[in-house]
Design a protein around this ligand. Sequence first.
Ligand code: F6P
Length: 359
Amino acid sequence: MRIAISTGGGDAPGLNAVIRAAVLSALDRGWHVLGIRKGYAGLLGDDDVVPLSRDSVRGIGHLGGTILRTTNRGNPFAYPVKQADGSFKEVDRSDELIENARNLGINAVIAIGGDGSLNIADKLWQKGLRVVGVPKTIDNDVSGTITTFGFDTAVSTAMEAIDKLHTTAESHDRVIVMEVMGRHAGFIALHSGLSGAAHVILIPEIPYDIEKVSAAIMAREARGRHFDIVVVAEGAMPVGGMESTLGASLPGQDRRIGGIGERVAFQIQQRTGKECRSMVLGHLQRGGMPTGYDRLLAARFGGAAVEAVDDGKWGQMVALHSPNIVTIPIADALKEPRRVDPNHDIVRTARRTGISFGD
Ligand code: F6P
C-alpha cells in the first residue's frame, strides 16, 4: 500500500500532529507514505512529492504550520496558470493530477483541509481517486464533526489577547475593538469573547445595530465602568447590511473579508464620544503551538484516517462524534456549513453575564 498526504487551504495548528499520527500509523502497517507538497502542487509539477519516514515526522507534533506546506490557490479543477501577458487563467488540471498519482503508484490520498479542500477531495473521489478526508479549520465552520483541530488554539490565542486588552483599556478608559477571524461564522469571536469576558460580541449570525452597541457601552459608563472590550468577528454585519471586505491580495483572487473592527470603532467613538482603538488579531490565530486539546484531536484524526483507508472508506472524512471518532461521507459534511446557533447555550450564557450582541 502506498498512500499520499496533502494539506490544503489556510494552515491550522494541529496539521503536523495529524501528519505525524497518519505517517506513523501507516508505517506501522508496513505501508509507504508520500507527502504531496503545497496542496496538490506536488502532483502538478509545481512542487515535489516527498517520501515521509519516521525521521520526517520526528518532533513535529507540537509545531504549528504544516511540514508539507499549503496554499489556498491550488484547486486542481480551477488551477491558476500564468499566461504570457502575466495574467492568470484557471485551468482544470484534475485529470493530469489523477494520472500523475497513478504513475507514482499512489493507492490512496489523505486530504487534510477545510470546506474548500474537502470539496476538491470529494470531486477527485468522484473522478476515481481514492480519497479519505480530514476536516481542518480554525473557524469551526465544517459540519458533520463536533469540532475541528485548530479552533481551540485560535480561541486560546484570542482569549489571551482579550486578557491583555483589558488592562490597557481600563487604564485609559478606552473602548478597544478586536477583530478576529472566522469567515462567515462567529465561533472564534463567541468562544473567546465569553471566556475572555468581553463586553460586546458581534457575530455574523446575529446582525448588530450600532446604536444598541453604543447604548450598551453608555450603560456600562453609567455604572462607573469606563472601558469596554468589543470582539468583532471579521464576517459580522449590521442589520440590513453586508460584511466588510478588503481588496484582493493577489490579482485573480476574491476580495478578503475584513475591516469591520475599524469601522465599528469609528462608529462607537462618534456615538459615545469615548476614545476608541481597534486592532486586528489576524494570522496570530493560525500560528503557534497547538493546545493539548487540538494535538489530541489531530492525532486521533490522523490515526482514524489511516484506519479509514485500511477499511476502504473512500469519499469519507473522519469526524468527532464524542466520545468517538467516526467516518461520514464528505458530501454530507459539505451540504451546509456550520454556523453559530443564536439560541445556543453559549450565546444565552453570554447574554446572562451582561454581554451585548448589539441586537
Ligand atoms: O479559514 C481560515 C481563515 O484563517 C479565515 O478565518 C480567514 O478569513 C482566512 O482564512 C484568511 O485567509 P488568508 O490565508 O488568505 O489570509
